[in-house]
Ligand binder design. Sequence first.
Ligand code: AMP
Length: 143
Amino acid sequence: MTTPYEDSNIFAKILRREIPCVKVYEDDVAIAFMDVMPQADGHVLVVPKAPSRNFLDADPATLAALAPRVQKIARAVKDGLGADGITIMQFNEPASGQTVFHLHVHILPRWEGVELRRHSGDMVKADALVPLRDRIVAALEAA
Ligand code: AMP
């Protein structure tokens, strides 16, 4: 049985503009913003606007529309930050590590020999995220 979606989660609040984010991208399907507890410098979350708890209850049409956005932003993260690679992660239910219950995809730039920091670790101030966001946005605009 699937736990119902609740719109009190923090990403629903970001989508309703009730709390701020360091935004990377937005269109009619999705918003992308910097993760405030980044596991790598340049950690971005891509969040579909259509509500679902996670991948398991999402409308397949939402997943289909989300995938090209994830690809586009992943390419911009890699190009904009000069990363060697990209890890894409997505968690479903607390047992898997999910902590925010609105579907989202993690985009993590990777550099050879650099380990990821722990999940939901130390919070970073928005000021520290803005320069990284700007480099990703510049890569999106150049694509
Ligand atoms: P998950 O464990 O997959 O549900 O991931 C939730 C992610 O959201 C974690 O990586 C958190 O660091 C991140 N996060 C939580 N609150 C915020 C917020 N207000 N703005 C940006 N990222 C957030």
